[in-house]
Design a protein around this ligand. Sequence first.
Ligand SMILES: C[S@@+](CC[C@H](N)C(=O)[O-])C[C@H]1O[C@@H](n2cnc3c(N)ncnc32)[C@H](O)[C@@H]1O
Length: 231
Amino acid sequence: MATTYPSPWHAHALQRLASGPAEPLTPPARMEWTPHRAHGPGAELLGTELRGRRVLELGCGPGHNAAHLAHRTGARVTGIDLVGLQVRRARSHYGHVAGLSFTAAHALHYLQADQGPFDVIYSVFGAIGLVAPELLLPATVGCLAGLGLLVFAVPHPRRHGRSPGPGTYPHRDFLALPDRSRLPLVRWELAPSAWARHLRRAGFTHVTSQAIGNPGKGRWPTTLLITAYKL
Ligand SMILES: C[S@@+](CC[C@H](N)C(=O)[O-])C[C@H]1O[C@@H](n2cnc3c(N)ncnc32)[C@H](O)[C@@H]1O
């Protein structure tokens, strides 16, 4: 009989935790926006003075970036994740870091419950791109303070060399699990111009995007990084 999981992300967290208990960690020295360690921009994308600012991560996973921000910049950081097991893992790693908290929640439900305002909201291969943008982006703008900033990284839609279609429908993709099996999921694979349209419609302005690749490897960009403001 096939095993079923509430979500592929739950299966992912279960396998990660099975490989050993999550131990307390020192927060990383750098924030990572891409899968390529120490490549591309860092926390400076979120602003130069974050001390005391309220920052929210949507889909924080084990919490490495959230821990970096709270520890290194003095921001008050909340990381949320759909999967309770991930939140448990994040708390085991970084529960000792001041100014940092983790909550289990679906990003859309958390934002719609009006938990803000936040000065900065970000997502690194997290909930943005995995939830319908026409729902998630208006909820995000609603939780940002005036002049608030949204930054998110998603897998680049051209990472396999194909152009993203013109539509805004989600695509089938797979999540690779630690045991090398794959589970299906849906992902919004949008061109930068389509993200910009969604963001402007939701009430964001000053939308910019950049494509980042794997240094020295591969022809195609791997990461699409987008920045937008609520003015
Ligand atoms: C690829 S991991 C990225 C984790 C983290 N941002 C990082 O860079 O290490 C994606 C995370 O998003 C979470 N996630 C997926 N859908 C979500 C949703 N609707 N709301 C909140 N978190 C979600 C998953 O549980 C998973 O932990």
